[in-house]
Design a binder for this molecule. Structure first.
Ligand SMILES: Cc1cc2nc3c(=O)[nH]c(=O)nc-3n(C[C@H](O)[C@H](O)[C@H](O)COP(=O)(O)OP(=O)(O)OC[C@H]3O[C@@H](n4cnc5c(N)ncnc54)[C@H](O)[C@@H]3O)c2cc1C
Length: 316
């Protein structure tokens, strides 16, 4: 980066962003490829791979839309299944199976959740509302922003937790992270405020969200028009449940059309963690997202793709 005078800034801890357009990164990568004598061929899809009898220079024969190629080392970097419209294919997984490697089940991940029925109606009525939350699933939690959408739930908090979610799992959301609703209610009760719960909660949460959440059948039935001083222990528990421990079961995810990554992939037990060569076939390497390695949001997946590529490059 210094060599190319690329200006960058650290936004989050260890997260470096270029101050200029992504084109400037592309230019650096192309310049480095040029310097190393790399020949880049685009618009060329690999149709099939054959292992030859040759154990030295021409170990693999490739049939491609751009003709036949032979090579000594073959690095499979075909990524995951996300965004098929820009070229994602399952070719890497098929190749792994062809050479006897294991492939773990794959799921669309870093992906928004879809909801059904009353939950979907609720999300749709809040589409566009974003707020900080803590979301949990299978003992993992993320404190980030949530976004209601026309299909369900999105935003960084949801994308992060989707990495841990399996169909059928529930998720739990704390809409008031860092606050304690019981204490807030207690202080409002002690103040003897005449203000409505709706406007008091709106000090801490988006107004539209408060309106919709308080209108849910269970809450409306329990506290509709009740003065705050008369809230029972059960009412307070009910509010706490809906605002701090809201549970829902997503109907599914938006799938590979929107997912940022594919969770699962070529079994890492079949790959050397030093060279990324397969244990089964000399000269065959797998790197990047095609492997069963999944990172959080924040650049970790790109970092994995580049780092694994760098390691393999030392041994091809
Ligand atoms: C919308 C979106 C946003 C993302 N944002 C982030 C982010 O902010 N931070 C982050 O870390 N990660 C992000 N990711 C994930 C990240 O881009 C990937 O993890 C990373 O690019 C994987 O690199 P890769 O080299 O393994 O595969 P890819 O970059 O997916 O490259 C695979 C290539 O192989 C080609 N290919 C597939 N099959 C064949 C075939 N049969 N013949 C020839 N070519 C083939 C594909 O066309 C593609 O060009 C995002 C992904 C998406 C889709």
């Amino acid at each position: 980066m210094h060599k190319y005078h690329l200006e960058y800034e650290e936004k989050g801890l260890g997260q470096l962003f270029s101050k200029t357009k992504s084109q400037s990164i592309l230019k650096i990568l192309l310049a480095e490829c040029d310097a190393a004598g790399v020949e880049i061929i685009t618009e060329c899809s690999i149709k099939g791979i054959k292992q030859t009898e040759d154990t030295q220079n021409s170990r693999f024969q490739l049939a491609t839309s751009g003709g036949a190629f032979t090579c000594q080392s073959l690095v499979i970097a075909t990524g995951g299944l996300s965004i098929p419209t820009v070229g994602a294919t399952g070719f890497g997984y098929d190749t792994a199976k062809q050479f006897g490697l294991g492939v773990t089940p794959r799921y669309a991940s870093l992906v928004p959740f879809t909801l059904k029925g009353e939950l979907l109606t609720r999300a749709q009525s809040l589409a566009g509302v974003s707020m900080p939350v803590t979301v949990s699933c299978r003992e993992q939690s993320f404190a980030e922003a949530l976004l209601f959408t026309h299909k369900g739930l999105s935003g960084p908090a949801i994308l992060q937790i989707s990495n841990y979610w399996y169909p059928g799992n529930g998720i739990e959301i704390d809409f008031l992270p860092g606050e304690n609703l019981v204490s807030l209610l207690d202080s409002w009760q002690k103040e003897g405020t005449k203000r409505e719960l709706k406007s008091l909660l709106a000090r801490h949460l988006p107004k539209r969200f408060v309106k919709v959440w308080l209108a849910t059948r269970e809450i409306a039935k329990a506290i509709h028009n009740k003065p705050m001083a008369q809230y029972s222990k059960a009412d307070i528990e009910l509010l706490t449940r809906h605002f701090h421990h809201w549970k829902c079961a997503p109907a599914g995810t938006e799938g590979y059309g929107t997912a940022e990554i594919t969770r699962g992939g070529v079994n890492t037990e079949d790959i050397s963690s030093k060279t990324f060569e397969t244990k089964q076939v000399t000269g065959l390497f797998f790197i990047g997202e095609v492997l069963d390695v999944t990172g959080w949001l924040g650049g970790y997946n790109l970092q994995w793709a580049w780092s694994s590529g760098y390691c393999a490059a030392q041994y091809v």
